[in-house]
Ligand binder design. Structure first.
Ligand code: SF4
Ligand code: SF4
Length: 377
């Protein structure tokens, strides 16, 4: 087995270990905090001595239960998250002491009102704009409320010093991930997009961050030094953007089966949250508010940071085309797709928008549309 196959095999064998880590931490009395969004300040949770778990649900099985309470024409991510909470089928959700959620899209924020009946939800009011002093002030005061809520939960103060330490740690994690992702800037990258996603996902669910960073750095170094096991250099290079794709990995599999190579993920399953680190050495709460407010999610209006990030990544990763994944009933990403298409075309690149949900019924249709797109290169 070559080094790439060994790494992917290791990730697959251990991808359920995170549940054990959380169970043991829970039994030791460590508070477990569930989150659903890139806007959530993990640094505050870490500094409280708690563990942050990303709960964004990825499976279709939980949706029918959710539809007993929620409308059917709602984003599958929202329905799946709620369905798991309702049925108690997500082990991570089971161990959570508190959910720190956010007012991003309408479906999510209204769903959280119902989720609060199952498990306590602390709702963070996210500003709708990223660019005015009052937006910054709101973000900062909301993050201070999170800090207070976690202090109340744990019974101990969150110091600026602890926040500074967790900011430095999370920045190191972001930097390590970026170095891994940057291997795909090579003409013949060592990893496919599917493999990158598996490794990224694995890191997200390793909760001892020092160990996770050490593993990631060693893995990236091994990949960087390894003799290429295959030649991917002739494949069209694709950037994936749009909604989180954890629940629709089929899109990625089909895209690469048709002969493309995904070299960059701009969405929340990839670089969106990591594009900008938290500034260190300044006021900690200012730095957190500034960093998170700059995340280019389509719930912001206007949303200049997404367009800046896309432009930068399309250049840096020498992308041939952009595929936007829109989950059914996600209005903000669907509407913003028009502006993304304009931007991509203005850079002389090709653009394809795919709307899909968590079912597998459209795999053939996806193959036809993506296959036609990939043939253009
Ligand atoms: S796409 Fe937007 S709303 Fe969804 S997880 Fe990312 S930042 Fe949050
Ligand atoms: S994909 Fe769109 S609709 Fe679904 S939770 Fe994210 S922003 Fe909301």
């Amino acid at each position: 087995m070559g080094p790439i196959a060994m790494i992917v095999d290791e990730v697959r064998r251990h991808n359920r270990d995170g549940i054990l880590e959380i169970k043991e931490a829970h039994e030791r009395g460590t508070p477990i905090i569930g989150t659903y969004c890139g806007y959530m300040p993990w640094e505050i949770i870490d500094a409280a001595g708690a563990i942050a778990v990303s709960l964004c649900a990825k499976s279709e099985e939980a949706i029918p239960a959710a539809e007993e309470h929620l409308p059917r024409n709602l984003c599958p991510l929202v329905k799946s998250s709620y369905g798991h909470a309702l049925r108690g089928t997500c082990p991570y959700f089971h161990f959570c002491d508190l959910i720190v959620a956010e007012t991003t899209c309408d479906g999510k924020k209204k769903m959280y009102e119902l989720m609060d009946r199952i498990k306590p939800v602390h709702l963070v009011q996210i500003p709708q704009r990223p660019d005015r002093p009052e937006d910054f002030a709101l973000m900062k005061s909301e993050f201070n409320r999170v800090r207070q809520r976690l202090e109340d939960l744990t019974g101990r103060a969150i110091t600026d010093e602890a926040l500074g330490t967790s900011m430095a740690l999370r920045n190191r994690e972001r930097r390590s991930l970026r170095i891994l992702w940057e291997l795909s800037r090579r003409k013949n990258p060592p990893l496919t997009g599917c493999e990158i996603q598996e490794i990224t996902d694995y890191i997200q669910f390793r909760f001892d961050k020092e160990k996770a960073i050490a593993w990631l750095e060693a893995t990236t170094e091994a990949l960087s030094q390894a003799t290429p096991e295959r030649d991917l250099s002739a494949r069209p290079r694709i950037l994936v953007t749009g909604c989180p794709i954890g629940g629709v990995m089929k899109t990625l599999e089909v895209l690469e089966e048709t002969g493309a190579l995904v070299v960059c993920f701009e969405n929340c399953s990839g670089q969106k949250e990591s594009l900008r680190p938290v500034e260190e050495g300044v006021d900690v709460m200012d730095a957190l508010a500034e960093k998170y407010l700059a995340i280019g999610c389509s719930v912001m209006s206007p949303n200049p940071h997404r367009m800046e990030g896309l432009k930068r990544l399309i250049g840096e990763y020498d992308v041939d085309g952009v595929v936007e994944i829109v989950l059914t009933a996600c209005h903000t990403y669907a509407v913003e797709g028009y502006s993304v298409r304009e931007l991509v075309h203005s850079l002389g690149k090709s653009y394809l928008s795919i709307e899909t949900d968590y079912s597998s019924g459209d795999r053939e249709q996806l193959a036809t549309r993506m296959g036609a797109f990939v043939e253009m290169f």
